[in-house]
Design a protein around this ligand. Structure first.
Ligand SMILES: [Zn+2]
Length: 550
């Protein structure tokens, strides 16, 4: 059976494939990767009994037991020296900010309310931290980017101070596509970077101003993602090199604070002006955060098909199994964040791909590794742990193929490549797309920095070419508007909310399409001897060249 036939069978659940004769072999494959199976996997993984699959909970135990049993059933060998699990040591820090944030130094003190105006937490592994009249500085985008001649911290000593910074980067809506990649978010635009840079500068506190458009998500997402218990990989220095307080403030509260300090007008255009210099606000911030610490071990799940000719070289499939657990009840009393799309879909897809590999007559020459990672929702932790503690060496890892939050609105005529323009794996997508009569598109919202927002990023950071694809917006059955509308609906009403539930009405044919393409790419890579690389201009090319001894 050719790869092409195999792929068509993979998507047979969605399309009438003319001329494909059914024999016993094809029936077997068809059965092992049918739409029904994808659906039933999601139904199990997103069931209420798994309680939102939060690491360290009973939901984790159930989720990883189920996934490892599915790996075993698919015929995968244990991927970590005889076991399907990789321990991921973490610390859970439950931060509770003081009820209010006090701003002093102006005519009248200002008080902001926790949750509705700001969120604040710490990752220092201590029982509590406090900012006591810490001087406030508006540090623009909080970016140090030598390649763009940009330094928001130039000539600034922020020791003991708290910086207020904007989300995204100076290129956003700047009108110049060459400057910080224009509206495409660079890593400098990510909140993780803002926290890292403020810590490198020695600031005591860092507070990001939330704005829906440049962040690409609403305040609700900030509230849900940055309050309560947060998980981190444990560090030798107990994260004492991080800022004491890391937080976000609403745009309305920030506007009030900045106006009180004499800064009015569009803060983004002020901060992206060439030669912008950080502005001391002559105001101080007082805010405390108490913590509860819990050390625990979460788990990645890993299975392998050993290569027949070059087993030491690996193709890696990744999908995160975790989600947000149980939170506040919504209006209907639903408190479980089931994460059906995010990311039961991706786990279902890698299980389907594993089964397709095992069912294929052609045995892969390179090893194929399936890795369901923990802690993605808490900051891509499981993939960071694997990438920094790899079981199979990264310089022999040919590619990471990642699937996260696959669309449930059916198959599409276009396939979206996250962070399009990064590496040669995209050429494989193009080739397959062309053969299947599909087109490829870039990020739906290049400004949202999607390439830095899922597990493939931790592999990219260390040089492994990493690919993440999803369905585009042009629905095969219902036209362009449909895909567009359904994506918008998901982002507004289900993404990271209690409503990301499994439903019988889910159309998983788009998921089959994406899984099918990923399967084809993996099959091709597993039988090649070459290593695809990064495209010129990619920020990840240098590290790969170095690790490959180039
Ligand atoms: Zn998510």
């Amino acid at each position: 059976m050719t790869i092409k036939q195999n792929f068509l069978l993979l998507i047979a659940g969605i399309a009438v494939v003319a001329g494909c004769k059914q024999n016993s072999k094809t029936e077997q494959i068809d059965k092992s990767i049918s739409a029904d199976e994808i659906k039933s996997q999601i139904a199990v993984l997103a069931a209420d009994s798994l309680m939102g699959r939060k690491p360290f909970t009973a939901g984790e135990n159930k989720a990883i037991a189920y996934i490892s049993s599915q790996f075993k059933k698919a015929g995968l060998e244990p991927g970590n020296n005889g076991t399907y699990f990789q321990d991921v040591p973490m610390v859970e820090i439950t931060s509770k900010p003081s009820a209010t944030m006090q701003i002093t130094g102006g005519k009248t003190p200002i008080s902001f309310t926790a949750d509705s105006d700001f969120v604040a937490s710490t990752r220092q592994e201590v029982l509590g931290v406090e900012l006591k009249k810490s001087p406030l500085v508006f540090a623009g985008y909080g970016v140090v980017a030598p390649e763009y001649g940009w330094n928001d911290y130039a000539g600034l000593d922020v020791k003991g101070k708290t910086v207020i910074v904007l989300v995204n980067d100076p290129g956003y809506k700047n009108g110049n596509p060459a400057f910080f990649k224009g509206d495409t978010m660079t890593y400098y635009g990510r909140w993780t970077y803002k926290y890292e840079e403020a810590a490198r500068q020695g600031a005591a506190g860092v507070i990001i101003v939330h704005q829906t458009d440049p962040a690409s998500y609403g305040w609700k997402v900030v509230q849900n993602s940055f309050t309560g218990a947060k998980l981190y990989l444990t560090e030798k220095d107990k994260h004492m090199s991080r800022c004491k307080v890391e937080g976000w403030i609403t745009e309305a509260a920030a506007t009030k604070l900045l106006a009180d300090a004499g800064i009015t007008g569009d803060i983004r255009s002020i901060a992206r002006k060439k030669g912008f210099k950080a502005i001391p606000l002559n105001r101080e911030i007082s805010l405390g955060v108490t913590t509860k610490l819990k050390y625990s071990t979460s788990h990645n799940v890993i299975g392998i098909i050993k290569g027949s000719a070059r087993p030491e070289e690996t193709i890696l499939y990744t999908a995160h199994w975790d989600h947000l657990g149980v939170g506040k009840p919504d209006a209907k009393g639903d408190s479980i964040y089931n994460g059906a799309v995010d990311n039961a879909s991706g786990v279902a897809a890698i299980i389907a791909v594993a089964k397709a590999f095992k069912a294929s007559k052609e045995k892969p020459q390179r090893s194929v590794v399936f890795l369901a990672v923990t802690g993605e929702e808490q900051g891509l932790l499981g993939s960071e742990y694997y990438a920094t503690h790899p079981i199979f060496p990264l310089n022999k890892t040919v590619a990471d193929l990642n699937m996260d939050a696959l669309g449930d609105y059916g198959s599409t005529k276009d396939i979206a490549i996250t962070g399009k323009g990064q590496n040669e794996l995209e050429d494989y997508v193009e080739e397959i797309a062309k053969a299947e009569g599909l087109t490829t598109v870039g990020d739906r919202k290049p400004g949202s920095g999607s390439y830095y927002r899922s597990d493939h990023f931790n592999f990219a950071k260390l040089g492994v070419p990493a690919l993440d694809i999803n369905n585009g917006s042009i629905s095969v059955a219902n036209g362009a508007d449909f895909g567009e509308k359904r994506q918008k609906d998901y982002n507004e009403n289900r993404y990271h909310q209690q409503q990301d539930n499994y439903s019988d009405r889910m159309d998983v044919t788009g998921m089959m399409q994406v899984a099918g393409i990923m399967y084809q790419i993996g099959t091709k890579l597993s039988n090649e001897t070459t290593f695809p690389g990064w495209k010129p201009g990619s920020e990840f090319k240098a590290v790969r060249d170095k690790s490959m001894g180039k």
